[in-house]
Design a protein around this ligand. Structure first.
Ligand code: UDP
Length: 235
C-alpha cells in the first residue's frame, strides 16, 4: 500500500446522503465498509469526521445563539457522528477507539497523542471526535493537526467532488481537474481545498493532502493501492 498511516477526513454533510439532516444509514455503512477494507490491508487508519449534518458554529447567529456556544454544539455533533461510525465499524468486527478533544468519559477516551499512536500500532481504527476541542476551529483543522501529531503520511479529504478543479465544477462546466498541484499553486490561484488554518498547517509541516470522492465505492482502496484518484497537493 502507498501509505502506512493515513488520516481520513470525512465531512458531516456527506453523512446525510440524500437526506436534509442527520445520518443516512446506507452512507454510514458504506463508509464503514470502505474503512474496513483498507484497515484489513494493514494500513493504519485514523478518522476525523465533521458535524455539518447536525450543527455548525456559524449557524449560531441565526438562532440568536452565542458563537462559542455554537462551536461547542458543533463539536458535540462531531462526537455523535463519530459514535455512529464507531458503531458501524464494530458491526463489521473492526476494532476501533474513539478519542475526543472534549472529555466525555462515558462514551469516549480523552485524546492523548501517545494513546492514539498505540491504538494505531495495534491495528485499531482511531476516530478523533470533537475536533481539537476549541471553538473557532473546524474539523479540517483538527484533521491537519491530528495528522501531524500522529505522524500520518497523508491527509485524505473525502468529499463529493473528485478532486480540485480550476473552477467550481458544479457551476462551471469548463472546469478541469488537477491530478496534482503544489501548495503554492493552490494559494496563488485561490483554490478552495480546506480552510486556511488547516491548509497552512499541512503546508508548513510538509504533509500531503489528497482530495477525492469518498462516495464512489472502492475509491479509497484504489487510492491507497497507488492509482491516481482525486488531486494530490504537495510541496
Ligand atoms: N468545531 C469547533 N472546533 C473544532 C472542530 C469543530 O469549534 O476543533 C465546530 C465548528 O462550529 C464547526 C462544527 O464544529 O462548524 C462542525 O464541524 P465542521 O463544520 O468542520 O464539519 P463539516 O463541515 O466537516 O461537516
Amino acid at each position: 500500500m502507498k501509505y502506512n498511516r493515513i488520516l481520513l477526513k470525512l465531512s458531516g454533510e456527506a453523512l446525510m446522503g440524500e437526506q436534509q439532516y442527520g445520518i443516512d444509514a446506507v452512507r454510514l455503512m458504506q463508509y464503514a465498509e470502505e474503512i474496513k477494507a483498507v484497515a484489513a490491508t494493514g494500513t493504519q487508519v485514523a478518522v476525523v469526521i465533521g458535524g455539518g449534518n447536525i450543527f455548525r458554529g456559524v449557524q449560531a447567529a441565526a438562532f440568536g445563539l452565542d458563537r462559542v456556544q455554537g462551536d461547542y454544539m458543533g463539536m458535540l455533533a462531531t462526537v455523535i457522528n463519530s459514535m455512529a461510525l464507531q458503531s458501524a465499524l464494530e458491526k463489521l468486527d473492526v476494532s476501533t477507539r474513539l478519542l475526543s478533544g472534549l472529555t466525555i468519559q462515558q462514551v469516549c477516551e480523552p485524546y492523548l497523542r501517545r494513546r492514539a499512536m498505540r491504538h494505531l500500532e495495534k491495528g485499531r481504527v482511531v476516530i478523533f471526535g470533537a475536533g481539537i476541542g476549541s471553538p473557532y476551529f473546524t474539523t479540517d483543522s483538527a484533521a491537519s493537526l491530528r495528522a501531524i501529531e500522529i505522524e500520518a503520511d497523508v491527509v485524505l479529504k473525502g468529499t463529493r467532488v473528485d478532486g480540485i478543479y480550476t473552477a467550481d465544477p458544479e457551476k462551471d462546466p469548463t472546469a478541469v481537474r488537477y491530478p496534482e498541484i503544489t501548495f503554492e499553486e493552490v494559494m496563488a490561484k485561490n483554490l478552495n481545498v480546506m480552510d486556511m488554518t488547516a491548509f497552512t498547517l499541512c503546508k508548513e509541516n510538509n504533509l500531503p493532502i489528497i482530495v477525492f470522492d469518498m462516495n464512489k465505492t472502492g475509491n479509497l482502496q484504489r487510492l491507497l493501492e497507488g492509482d491516481t484518484v482525486g488531486t494530490l497537493v504537495t510541496m
